[in-house]
Design a protein around this ligand. Structure first.
Ligand code: COA
Length: 150
């Protein structure tokens, strides 16, 4: 059995397309918490409460970033099982950049990164209202899933 290691960071955005998603791009906790607060309409967490940088480094195969003017405007986390299954978690696009294809581009970059690492399956779960985004814009197939609130 060959276990794939996460690819090294590639923090440089494409100079020809600054809004192109970057696999394992650099970001700060302030940026991630600000984007999360806006996208999910939560209070603003501090880095002490939610240390995205440490958590993604420790637990994720990768993540995808999009910056605009120094701010993080798109992000998705990609945890995995260390072998062939990866998940997308916390897909988020700033309100100012929504409905321009960025969400679908983030998911595509996540799928590309997971495929390159040897993964065979990319999982997601979501509420009914996001079915058009995941099925039509991102290309997920419907599948049964389960959840237990712990
Ligand atoms: C969901 C989200 C990431 C989509 O980002 P986006 O950049 O606007 O997505 P795209 O532009 O790639 O969308 C492509 C298509 O998907 C569908 N879609 C996008 N957002 C949708 C939403 N919130 N509800 C239903 N369908 C949606 C639309 O058909 C859209 O096409 P349109 O722009 O012509 O209407 C963004 O709305 C967001 O950050 N939401 C808040 C956080 C969230 O709920 N994340 C998902 C957690 S499971």
């Amino acid at each position: 059995m060959v276990l794939m290691s996460p690819a090294p960071r590639s923090p440089q955005p494409d100079s020809r397309d600054p809004l192109a998603p970057v696999w394992r791009g650099a970001f700060t906790n302030r940026q991630a918490n600000a984007l999360h607060s806006e996208a999910f309409e939560t209070r603003l967490f501090s880095a002490d409460e939610w240390d995205w940088v440490a958590l993604t480094e420790r637990h994720s195969l990768g993540w995808v970033t999009v910056h605009d003017g120094g701010e993080l405007v798109g992000f998705v986390n990609v945890p995995w099982d260390g072998f062939i299954h990866a998940w997308i978690q916390d897909v988020m696009v700033a309100a100012s950049h929504q409905h321009q294809g960025m969400g679908a581009a983030l998911v595509k970059a996540a799928a590309d990164g997971a495929r390159a690492a040897g993964c065979e399956w990319l999982h997601v779960d979501f509420d009914d209202d996001l079915a058009p985004f995941y099925y039509e814009a991102c290309g997920f197939s419907p599948a049964k899933a389960g959840l237990i609130e712990l």
